[in-house]
Ligand binder design. Structure first.
Ligand code: MN
Length: 483
């Protein structure tokens, strides 16, 4: 057994000691043999890449079929091995996972954009059936990004762009923050090398003075917490270069004018202690009014949970504080991958409601499938992944998250298809607005409907969400109004 294989087996055994690793060893050797005569652009053996993808996924503590599929993930695309052969050797589950991450034959498409759209469509459809497909794809992209320096400049740019516009936002949606920020910083480096270098230097300089303020706060906080018998550890939070860059672009301001609060995280054992800690923090420091947000009782769509608050330190620094349990911390770092962790023999067993929580993803992928034109599909995919969301309320107080730029029609469809279909007008904060009004966070939106009313063709140029677009298109097509 080579050292790499031994290490992979050992890491897997460390979290799944009772699982027979014979298939893993076989998958390793099978893939190594299949890629035998291929090399990466770096000049290394191709299989180095397959092993790196598997290594990332054992770090996430994923189950055996996922690790086998990770080792085999490129054999269908890049070697003569067939799906049937893979199924015969490793079973239907592994064959299906590998098939899910395999790209379609490029020759059948008219352009690169069409191929890209169709490949995303295929991969997301496979993900709807099995979430592990996207986890393998993410680990694959991570290694490809880390070896990008061996490619030609135009390919670097194309891959970095796809990483920033699709992979990183999707990782964010799936709550995989660690992976997301790794992808972003690498993408940023290739797409804007000068800005990256400049910003890295400035942030490093600034961090030296910020570290002093943060450590002073940490010491004060620690003395407050020591009096109590609550287990905790305090982490200092650093913002990624790319998120600072995005903020500069968004606000059109130079680095020096970006207001960026200092941040710490307090990690504890139980939910009750999270609330106890927030009480202590608010007693010891002056909280900023309206800054407290409870994502424990109302988790974000990507399963993220924490208590957020902002306080003013004795030295006058504004400090953002996140309080969470160890388990919430893992979910915040690894997202859905944390829920797929191997535990007591049953993947996903740590969260009985996982399936329910992932319904939004399946539903969303379904709407995307309705968009027949590749351009429209890719556009909707990007818009729906937009990190910048607005939160709009129904008159009943229910909140709907929509991409920035969304209109009352998007809102209507997010409430119910029938409401969207028969929408004739909208009131925002009690005032009549046009249907192309751009919704803002905090808006209360009331939709007026009329029985028998139907969607108009020009709505297609107004709506932002895949859901609204697919429903409208479906109707117009049925009526023969659009092709
Ligand atoms: Mn690959």
């Amino acid at each position: 057994m080579t050292m790499e294989l031994q290490q992979l087996v050992d890491t897997f055994k460390s979290y799944a000691p009772h699982v027979d690793t014979e298939p893993l060893v076989r998958a390793y050797r099978f893939a190594e043999k299949a890629h035998e005569h291929q090399a990466r652009a770096s000049g290394e053996h191709y299989f180095v890449h397959c092993n790196a993808v598997a290594e990332t996924l054992v770090k996430f503590k994923l189950d055996l079929p996922t690790i086998c599929a990770a080792l085999l993930h490129d054999v269908l695309e890049d070697t003569p091995v067939s799906r049937d052969e893979l199924k015969k050797e490793f079973g239907e589950e592994v064959a299906r996972l590998v098939d899910g991450v395999t790209k379609l034959d490029t020759l059948q498409f008219s352009s690169h954009d069409v191929a890209q759209a169709e490949n995303w469509r295929k991969m997301l459809l496979a993900t709807a059936q099995d979430i592990r497909v996207i986890l393998i794809k993410m680990a694959d992209r991570l290694h490809n990004m880390s070896t990008l320096n061996f490619l030609e400049r135009d390919r670097q740019e194309r891959i970095a762009h796809e990483t920033l516009s699709l992979y990183a936002p999707l990782a964010h949606r799936l709550g995989m923050f660690q992976l997301k920020s790794m992808l972003e910083d690498m993408g940023f480096q290739y797409l804007h090398p000068e800005e990256h270098q400049d910003l890295a230097k400035k942030v490093q300089e600034l961090n030296q003075s910020r570290d002093v303020a943060l450590n002073a706060f940490k010491v004060t906080l620690e003395t407050q917490l020591e009096k109590l018998n609550i287990p905790h550890r305090i982490l200092v939070r650093t913002k990624s270069l790319y998120s600072i860059f995005q903020k500069m672009e968004r606000q059109n301001k130079p680095f020096e004018e970006i207001q960026d609060a200092l941040g710490v995280r307090i990690i504890t054992d139980t939910i009750a202690n999270c609330y106890a800690l927030v009480g202590i923090v608010h007693t010891a420091f002056k909280p900023v009014a309206g800054s407290f947000t409870d994502y424990i009782s109302v988790p974000k769509m990507n399963l993220y949970q924490s208590l957020h608050t902002t306080v003013v330190s004795p030295h006058g620094d504004v400090i953002e504080i996140q309080i969470r349990t160890e388990e919430m911390h893992r979910t915040a770092e690894y997202g859905i991958a944390a829920h797929w962790r191997y535990k007591s023999g049953v993947p996903g067993a740590n969260d009985p409601h996982l399936e329910e929580k992932l319904n939004w993803l399946r539903q969303w992928i379904e709407w995307l499938q309705d968009l027949k034109s590749p351009r429209e599909f890719l556009e909707s995919l990007k818009t729906d992944l937009e990190l910048h969301q607005v939160f709009v309320f129904t008159p009943g107080g229910e909140v709907k998250a929509l991409p920035a730029g969304a209109t009352p029609i998007d809102f209507a469809f997010s409430v119910h298809t029938d409401i969207g279909m028969s929408c004739v007008g909208a009131k925002v904060n009690n005032k009549m607005v046009r249907l192309d009004y751009v919704l803002k966070s905090g808006d209360i939106c009331e939709i007026q409907t009329k029985k028998g009313s139907v969607p108009k063709k020009d709505w297609l140029s107004i709506v932002k969400t895949a859901r609204a677009r697919s429903k409208i298109r479906h109707y117009l097509r049925e009526q023969g109004i659009v092709a």
